[in-house]
Design a protein around this ligand. Structure first.
Ligand code: FMN
Ligand code: SF4
Length: 241
Protein backbone atom coordinates (compact mmCIF):
# COMPACT_ATOMS: atom_id res chain seq x y z
CA UNK A 1 0.00 0.00 0.00
CA UNK A 2 1.34 3.43 -0.90
CA UNK A 3 0.90 6.40 1.47
CA UNK A 4 1.80 8.94 -1.15
CA UNK A 5 -0.46 9.60 -4.05
CA UNK A 6 0.33 12.23 -6.62
CA UNK A 7 -2.61 13.69 -8.48
CA UNK A 8 -0.84 14.14 -11.79
CA UNK A 9 -3.67 16.26 -13.11
CA UNK A 10 -2.85 18.89 -10.51
CA UNK A 11 0.95 18.55 -10.74
CA UNK A 12 2.69 21.44 -12.51
CA UNK A 13 6.02 19.57 -12.87
CA UNK A 14 7.91 21.91 -10.54
CA UNK A 15 9.98 18.96 -9.27
CA UNK A 16 10.09 20.18 -5.68
CA UNK A 17 8.77 16.89 -4.26
CA UNK A 18 11.58 14.79 -5.75
CA UNK A 19 14.30 17.38 -5.10
CA UNK A 20 13.49 17.91 -1.41
CA UNK A 21 13.74 14.26 -0.31
CA UNK A 22 17.38 13.62 0.81
CA UNK A 23 17.01 9.85 0.40
CA UNK A 24 15.87 10.05 -3.21
CA UNK A 25 12.88 8.01 -2.15
CA UNK A 26 10.37 10.18 -4.00
CA UNK A 27 9.99 10.22 -7.73
CA UNK A 28 7.42 11.73 -10.02
CA UNK A 29 6.93 10.82 -13.69
CA UNK A 30 6.09 14.46 -14.49
CA UNK A 31 9.37 15.70 -12.95
CA UNK A 32 11.61 12.60 -12.95
CA UNK A 33 14.36 12.27 -10.38
CA UNK A 34 16.80 11.09 -13.06
CA UNK A 35 16.55 14.48 -14.79
CA UNK A 36 17.48 16.37 -11.64
CA UNK A 37 21.02 17.62 -11.10
CA UNK A 38 22.69 16.89 -7.76
CA UNK A 39 23.42 19.95 -5.66
CA UNK A 40 26.27 19.40 -3.19
CA UNK A 41 26.25 22.70 -1.37
CA UNK A 42 23.76 25.46 -0.93
CA UNK A 43 23.95 28.41 -1.22
CA UNK A 44 26.22 28.03 -4.23
CA UNK A 45 27.89 31.45 -3.89
CA UNK A 46 28.88 33.51 -0.88
CA UNK A 47 27.03 36.83 -0.66
CA UNK A 48 30.18 38.64 -1.80
CA UNK A 49 30.58 36.36 -4.82
CA UNK A 50 26.89 36.70 -5.61
CA UNK A 51 27.10 40.47 -5.44
CA UNK A 52 30.07 40.60 -7.82
CA UNK A 53 28.45 38.09 -10.16
CA UNK A 54 25.18 40.02 -10.33
CA UNK A 55 26.74 43.47 -10.54
CA UNK A 56 29.24 42.49 -13.22
CA UNK A 57 26.50 42.00 -15.81
CA UNK A 58 26.53 45.05 -18.04
CA UNK A 59 24.67 46.10 -21.15
CA UNK A 60 27.15 45.52 -23.97
CA UNK A 61 26.89 47.88 -26.92
CA UNK A 62 30.20 47.30 -28.72
CA UNK A 63 30.80 43.82 -30.07
CA UNK A 64 33.59 42.00 -31.85
CA UNK A 65 32.88 41.31 -35.49
CA UNK A 66 32.52 37.56 -34.98
CA UNK A 67 29.68 35.17 -34.53
CA UNK A 68 28.95 33.04 -31.51
CA UNK A 69 29.13 29.34 -32.46
CA UNK A 70 25.66 27.76 -32.55
CA UNK A 71 26.44 25.29 -29.77
CA UNK A 72 27.52 28.14 -27.46
CA UNK A 73 24.39 30.10 -28.35
CA UNK A 74 22.27 27.04 -27.58
CA UNK A 75 24.08 26.62 -24.26
CA UNK A 76 23.39 30.26 -23.45
CA UNK A 77 19.68 30.06 -24.29
CA UNK A 78 19.34 26.73 -22.52
CA UNK A 79 19.94 28.56 -19.22
CA UNK A 80 16.78 30.60 -19.89
CA UNK A 81 14.77 27.40 -19.32
CA UNK A 82 15.65 27.47 -15.64
CA UNK A 83 14.17 30.87 -14.85
CA UNK A 84 10.94 30.89 -12.90
CA UNK A 85 7.73 30.95 -14.95
CA UNK A 86 4.12 31.63 -13.95
CA UNK A 87 2.56 28.34 -12.83
CA UNK A 88 5.75 26.62 -14.08
CA UNK A 89 4.33 27.18 -17.56
CA UNK A 90 7.82 27.20 -19.21
CA UNK A 91 6.17 28.67 -22.25
CA UNK A 92 8.92 30.84 -23.77
CA UNK A 93 10.65 29.92 -27.00
CA UNK A 94 13.32 31.80 -28.90
CA UNK A 95 14.03 32.98 -32.39
CA UNK A 96 17.68 33.79 -33.17
CA UNK A 97 18.54 36.10 -36.05
CA UNK A 98 22.19 35.99 -37.13
CA UNK A 99 21.88 37.02 -40.76
CA UNK A 100 23.46 40.45 -41.25
CA UNK A 101 21.01 41.66 -43.91
CA UNK A 102 18.00 40.71 -41.77
CA UNK A 103 19.51 42.43 -38.74
CA UNK A 104 20.01 45.58 -40.81
CA UNK A 105 16.41 45.38 -42.04
CA UNK A 106 15.18 44.92 -38.48
CA UNK A 107 17.02 48.09 -37.42
CA UNK A 108 15.64 50.05 -40.34
CA UNK A 109 12.05 48.86 -39.85
CA UNK A 110 12.27 49.65 -36.13
CA UNK A 111 13.24 53.23 -37.01
CA UNK A 112 10.33 53.44 -39.45
CA UNK A 113 7.98 52.10 -36.77
CA UNK A 114 9.28 54.72 -34.33
CA UNK A 115 8.69 57.46 -36.90
CA UNK A 116 5.12 56.24 -37.35
CA UNK A 117 4.62 56.27 -33.56
CA UNK A 118 5.93 59.85 -33.40
CA UNK A 119 3.55 60.78 -36.20
CA UNK A 120 0.65 59.20 -34.30
CA UNK A 121 1.74 60.85 -31.05
CA UNK A 122 1.92 57.50 -29.25
CA UNK A 123 4.70 55.66 -27.47
CA UNK A 124 7.62 57.30 -25.72
CA UNK A 125 7.33 60.12 -28.23
CA UNK A 126 9.69 62.62 -26.66
CA UNK A 127 12.46 60.05 -26.25
CA UNK A 128 11.94 58.67 -29.75
CA UNK A 129 12.10 62.07 -31.45
CA UNK A 130 15.67 62.96 -30.53
CA UNK A 131 16.84 59.40 -30.93
CA UNK A 132 15.35 58.94 -34.40
CA UNK A 133 16.69 62.29 -35.55
CA UNK A 134 20.15 61.29 -34.35
CA UNK A 135 19.96 57.94 -36.21
CA UNK A 136 18.75 59.58 -39.41
CA UNK A 137 21.33 62.38 -39.43
CA UNK A 138 24.36 60.26 -38.48
CA UNK A 139 23.26 57.17 -40.42
CA UNK A 140 24.58 55.12 -37.49
CA UNK A 141 22.76 51.98 -36.41
CA UNK A 142 22.00 52.96 -32.83
CA UNK A 143 19.23 50.36 -32.69
CA UNK A 144 21.22 47.15 -33.07
CA UNK A 145 24.75 48.56 -33.17
CA UNK A 146 26.07 45.94 -35.58
CA UNK A 147 25.40 43.14 -33.12
CA UNK A 148 25.98 39.63 -34.60
CA UNK A 149 22.88 38.02 -33.02
CA UNK A 150 19.43 39.13 -31.99
CA UNK A 151 17.42 36.82 -29.77
CA UNK A 152 13.66 37.20 -29.80
CA UNK A 153 11.43 35.71 -27.12
CA UNK A 154 8.08 34.48 -28.37
CA UNK A 155 4.99 32.88 -26.91
CA UNK A 156 1.51 31.82 -27.88
CA UNK A 157 -0.85 34.77 -28.35
CA UNK A 158 -3.40 33.29 -25.97
CA UNK A 159 -0.88 32.83 -23.15
CA UNK A 160 -1.13 35.74 -20.66
CA UNK A 161 2.36 35.51 -19.07
CA UNK A 162 4.56 35.44 -22.16
CA UNK A 163 6.18 38.80 -21.47
CA UNK A 164 6.84 38.13 -17.77
CA UNK A 165 8.32 34.70 -18.50
CA UNK A 166 10.49 36.13 -21.28
CA UNK A 167 11.84 38.96 -19.13
CA UNK A 168 12.86 36.53 -16.41
CA UNK A 169 14.43 34.09 -18.86
CA UNK A 170 16.37 36.96 -20.45
CA UNK A 171 17.70 37.91 -17.04
CA UNK A 172 19.06 34.39 -16.56
CA UNK A 173 20.53 34.47 -20.06
CA UNK A 174 22.15 37.87 -19.50
CA UNK A 175 23.70 36.79 -16.23
CA UNK A 176 24.91 33.45 -17.59
CA UNK A 177 26.39 35.14 -20.70
CA UNK A 178 29.25 36.65 -18.70
CA UNK A 179 30.53 33.19 -17.70
CA UNK A 180 30.64 32.13 -21.37
CA UNK A 181 32.66 35.21 -22.33
CA UNK A 182 29.59 36.70 -24.01
CA UNK A 183 27.81 40.01 -23.71
CA UNK A 184 24.17 40.99 -24.14
CA UNK A 185 22.03 44.10 -24.28
CA UNK A 186 18.29 44.47 -24.16
CA UNK A 187 16.98 45.60 -27.58
CA UNK A 188 14.20 47.77 -26.22
CA UNK A 189 13.34 49.67 -29.40
CA UNK A 190 13.14 46.51 -31.49
CA UNK A 191 11.03 44.69 -28.96
CA UNK A 192 8.65 47.64 -28.64
CA UNK A 193 8.04 47.46 -32.38
CA UNK A 194 7.77 43.67 -32.25
CA UNK A 195 5.46 43.59 -29.26
CA UNK A 196 3.16 46.15 -30.89
CA UNK A 197 2.53 43.52 -33.57
CA UNK A 198 4.25 45.59 -36.28
CA UNK A 199 3.40 43.57 -39.37
CA UNK A 200 6.61 44.09 -41.43
CA UNK A 201 8.60 42.72 -38.49
CA UNK A 202 6.29 39.76 -37.99
CA UNK A 203 6.55 39.03 -41.68
CA UNK A 204 10.35 39.16 -41.95
CA UNK A 205 10.58 36.86 -38.91
CA UNK A 206 8.03 34.42 -40.35
CA UNK A 207 5.84 34.60 -37.26
CA UNK A 208 3.00 32.14 -36.93
CA UNK A 209 -0.36 33.93 -36.59
CA UNK A 210 -0.87 32.37 -33.14
CA UNK A 211 2.47 33.62 -31.84
CA UNK A 212 3.53 36.99 -30.42
CA UNK A 213 6.96 38.50 -29.86
CA UNK A 214 7.66 38.95 -26.16
CA UNK A 215 11.14 40.48 -26.05
CA UNK A 216 14.43 41.05 -27.87
CA UNK A 217 18.02 40.73 -26.67
CA UNK A 218 21.31 41.42 -28.48
CA UNK A 219 24.20 38.99 -27.99
CA UNK A 220 27.81 38.76 -29.10
CA UNK A 221 31.42 38.84 -27.92
CA UNK A 222 32.07 42.08 -26.02
CA UNK A 223 34.86 44.21 -27.43
CA UNK A 224 35.84 45.73 -24.08
CA UNK A 225 35.86 44.55 -20.51
CA UNK A 226 34.95 46.58 -17.45
CA UNK A 227 37.18 47.14 -14.44
CA UNK A 228 34.67 48.82 -12.16
CA UNK A 229 31.12 48.18 -10.93
CA UNK A 230 29.07 51.39 -11.08
CA UNK A 231 26.67 52.50 -8.38
CA UNK A 232 22.93 53.00 -8.78
CA UNK A 233 20.35 55.28 -7.19
CA UNK A 234 20.09 54.73 -3.43
CA UNK A 235 17.79 51.99 -2.20
CA UNK A 236 14.24 53.19 -1.69
CA UNK A 237 12.03 51.32 0.79
CA UNK A 238 8.88 52.15 2.71
CA UNK A 239 8.50 49.81 5.65
CA UNK A 240 5.19 48.75 7.11
CA UNK A 241 6.10 47.01 10.36
C1 FMN B 1 13.47 46.94 -20.96
C2 FMN B 1 14.84 47.45 -21.33
C3 FMN B 1 15.08 47.97 -22.59
C4 FMN B 1 16.34 48.41 -22.96
N1 FMN B 1 16.57 48.83 -24.25
C5 FMN B 1 17.82 49.19 -24.64
C6 FMN B 1 18.09 49.55 -26.01
O1 FMN B 1 17.20 49.54 -26.87
N2 FMN B 1 19.35 49.90 -26.35
C7 FMN B 1 20.36 49.93 -25.44
O2 FMN B 1 21.48 50.26 -25.81
N3 FMN B 1 20.14 49.56 -24.13
C8 FMN B 1 18.91 49.19 -23.72
N4 FMN B 1 18.68 48.79 -22.42
C9 FMN B 1 19.81 48.75 -21.44
C10 FMN B 1 19.72 49.83 -20.38
O3 FMN B 1 20.03 51.07 -20.96
C11 FMN B 1 20.75 49.46 -19.28
O4 FMN B 1 20.29 48.29 -18.63
C12 FMN B 1 20.95 50.56 -18.24
O5 FMN B 1 21.51 51.68 -18.84
C13 FMN B 1 21.86 50.09 -17.10
O6 FMN B 1 23.12 49.67 -17.58
P1 FMN B 1 23.65 48.18 -17.33
O7 FMN B 1 22.65 47.21 -17.95
O8 FMN B 1 24.99 48.11 -18.03
O9 FMN B 1 23.77 47.95 -15.87
C14 FMN B 1 17.41 48.36 -22.03
C15 FMN B 1 17.17 47.82 -20.75
C16 FMN B 1 15.92 47.35 -20.41
C17 FMN B 1 15.71 46.73 -19.06
S1 SF4 C 1 6.33 18.14 -9.08
FE1 SF4 C 1 5.69 19.93 -7.86
S2 SF4 C 1 3.49 20.12 -8.27
FE2 SF4 C 1 4.09 18.05 -8.94
S3 SF4 C 1 3.68 16.76 -7.16
FE3 SF4 C 1 5.84 17.39 -7.03
S4 SF4 C 1 5.81 19.21 -5.72
FE4 SF4 C 1 3.68 18.88 -6.40
Amino acid sequence: MSFLNVNLNKCNQCGICASVCPAQALDNPKAPLQNQKKLDHFPVLSSGQAEEFLRSRRSIRVYEDKKIPNNTLSKLLDMGRFAETGGNSQSVSYLVVSKKEILQQLSEMTLTWMEQEIEKGTGWVQLYKGFVKNCRTTGEDLILRGVPHLIFGKAQKAFPLGRENTVLSFSYIELYATSLGLGTCWAGFVENAGRSGYEPMRKILGMDENEVLTGALMAGFPKYRYHRLPDRNPLSIRWID
